[in-house]
Design a protein around this ligand. Structure first.
Ligand SMILES: [Zn+2]
Ligand SMILES: [Zn+2]
Length: 378
């Protein structure tokens, strides 16, 4: 069992996914002693068909799921409840630090992302999943540590093949197939999750499902417990990052100055954000020949940058125009003067400055946490 995760009794809950499992889990939060603050994360809105299967009212149809659950929970006095209407991949890491990740998603990609962020930041990850046709529900808790297994340790080739189907070559994601799980199965999974979260908050590391999978087979009325071990062939590096806070606003710091801040400015240093790429050039999809050079995070282009200024068609970035890192020696003087905000970075983002044969330096732009966020809050 890991001994490197220290859980604060007031640790924020980051509830990712407000659907079949997430909405019944939200209903259980007021009964978890000391729970809160809570951040709900979901990019989707409720549909009329959700009325019979999820814990919502007719007036909630058409509204963002995260906002609906946050509003509902506030009525019970759970403090600092907020909603992020977007994907977990877009939540600033600064909002997640010190929290417990509660995974209620049915996307392998989101699950994989949460596993890696949990390890980088040293967060507990409580993960549940359901299988509707086979009436299965399972729960696992992962705590980062030198010998602890991560979620990816149990993955095999089939998991990665299915992951590739979720993510397209252009970086977009396919809609995840609905689990078609009965709402009772989602409620069971939510109950299992609430027990684990209560245990983490109340007794530190003694949650029953740490480094295990408890699988409940309702069709055959059996429960199977599998103990996970660290897989030496795991594709993930399991590294926990030592992250230093950079107490500046992204608009006030120039790209070139960041290398000096990391004391890595005299070498072929590079700046990167894990799971993100930069675009160095955009080409008009219409073929009019116009090329834009935005130098920005590829998934955070502005509305103007997304469209060709000559013909109005959409701009695309592909191949060599997308880079994993910005290498200092390849940046022009004008590019080095650009602010981190112009590159698309936001308060709370974590970035890495690295150089050959040197330890990477991980820096986080200061932020006040989700409870004080001026944007996307309910
Ligand atoms: Zn692993
Ligand atoms: Zn064009």
């Amino acid at each position: 069992m890991s001994d490197t995760v220290v859980i604060d009794a007031n640790a924020p809950l980051i509830v990712v996914g407000c659907g079949n499992t997430g909405s019944p889990f939200a209903a259980l939060i007021p009964s978890i002693p000391g729970a809160g603050p809570v951040l709900f994360v979901d990019y989707d809105s409720y549909e009329a068909k959700n009325l019979v299967s999820q814990r919502i009212l007719p007036c909630d149809v058409g509204k963002p799921k995260a906002a609906v659950q946050a509003r509902w929970l506030r009525r019970f006095g759970v403090r600092a409840t907020a909603a992020f209407v977007g994907r977990i991949e877009d939540v600033p890491w600064g909002w997640l630090r010190g929290g417990i990740l509660v995974s209620c998603v049915d996307s392998r990609g989101a699950r994989l992302y949460m596993n890696q962020v949990a390890w980088r930041l040293g967060l507990p990850l409580v993960d549940v999943a359901v299988d509707g046709p086979d009436l299965l529900a399972r729960v696992s808790v992962y705590l980062s540590g030198d010998d602890a297994p991560c979620l990816e340790c149990a993955w095999h080739e089939g998991h990665y093949r299915n992951l590739a189907k979720e993510y397209h070559c252009d970086g977009s994601t396919a809609a995840t197939a609905a689990t078609n799980a009965p709402s009772a199965l989602g409620a069971l999974a939510a109950g299992l999750q609430a027990i684990e979260v209560s245990a983490l908050l109340g007794t530190g590391l003694k949650a029953p499902a740490v480094s295990r999978q408890a699988m409940f087979d309702l069709r055959n009325q059996t429960c199977t417990v599998t103990r996970f071990t660290r897989n030496p062939a795991c594709r993930f590096d399991h590294q926990r990052w030592d992250i230093r806070i950079l107490d500046v606003r992204p608009e006030d710091v120039a790209l070139g100055d960041v290398f000096a801040e990391a004391a890595l400015s005299r070498e072929p240093s590079a700046l990167s954000l894990e799971h993100r790429r930069f675009t160095r050039a955009l080409t008009c999809a219409n073929g009019c020949g116009r090329i834009a050079i935005p130098l920005r995070l590829a998934d955070r282009l502005t509305a103007r940058q997304r469209l060709c200024r000559l013909c109005g068609e959409r701009n695309i970035a592909a191949g060599f125009d997308l880079v994993d890192q910005l290498v200092l020696t390849e940046l022009s003087a004008a590019e080095r003067r650009r602010s981190l905000a112009q590159l698309g970075l936001r308060p709370g983002d974590v970035f890495t400055v690295s150089a050959p044969d040197r330890s990477p330096v991980h820096l986080q732009l200061a932020c006040n946490g989700f409870a004080h966020a001026p944007w996307r809050k309910v």
